[in-house]
Design a protein around this ligand. Structure first.
Ligand code: SF4
Length: 209
């Protein structure tokens, strides 16, 4: 069982490591070589190289939105899709403006597109956010398909829910990056719960005793 989370050796970051932990995934040399061959594929090579270059170009200087813009320029993307959550409508509008100012054509689709009532997928009234009210499903498959139909070069996720984001990734034909990972409690800063997971947030991060 691989447990890089618990490793204190970090031989993978060294040029000539003296020791490699017993359960280190790097012992699987064939798999590592197979992965390397994947990076060499035409559909991966440039994408991987440019991502690696952008990481260094703005290291510690560029916020993520700028990294996305600079990466998209480097990739010569023309049309960018924005798949966003209704709850982040304002933020998505800002993303749209920044991308347009940077010279991209944009297409944006909100999560609630389709207006399908939750009852249609079998959600009971008690399991709604606000029981007794009309609520529509998030529709990440439609978001992906609408962006696919527009032939976007690259798609950006702005605050899709846990799981809905996964479905979007599954159906998007263009590569996807996430600008905002939704966290309704922490102003979309999920790492905040981890920083406080042994203190103020202990009872909020898990119901395990
Ligand atoms: S890859 Fe190996 S050396 Fe690197 S963190 Fe995982 S176990 Fe440790």
């Amino acid at each position: 069982m691989y447990k890089c989370t618990l490793c204190s050796v970090l031989a993978c970051s060294e040029e000539n490591p003296d020791i490699i932990p017993k359960n280190c995934p790097m012992h699987g040399e064939t798999l590592m070589e197979d992965c390397f061959l994947e990076y060499e594929r035409d559909d991966n090579r440039n994408f991987h190289v440019k991502s690696t270059e952008i990481e260094a170009a703005g290291y510690g200087q560029w916020p993520r939105i700028r990294e996305i813009i600079e990466f998209s320029k480097e990739m010569n993307y023309k049309k960018i899709g924005i798949a966003f959550c209704l709850g982040l409508h304002k933020e998505a509008k800002i993303v749209d403006r920044l991308l347009e100012e940077a010279g991209f054509e944009t297409v944006s689709v909100i999560c609630k597109t389709g207006g399908i009532p939750k009852e249609r997928i079998g959600i009971s009234d008690q399991k709604k956010v606000r029981p007794g009210t009309f609520e529509t499903i998030c529709n990440p498959i439609a978001q992906a398909k609408l962006l696919n139909e527009q032939h976007t070069d690259f798609n950006i996720v702005v605050g899709l829910c846990v799981g809905h984001d996964s479905i979007f990734y599954k159906y998007s034909e263009a590569m996807v990056t996430t600008l905002i990972a939704k966290d309704r409690v922490l102003a979309h800063n999920p790492a905040g719960a981890l920083y406080c997971s042994e203190g103020y947030f202990k009872s909020k991060v898990s119901d395990c005793k």
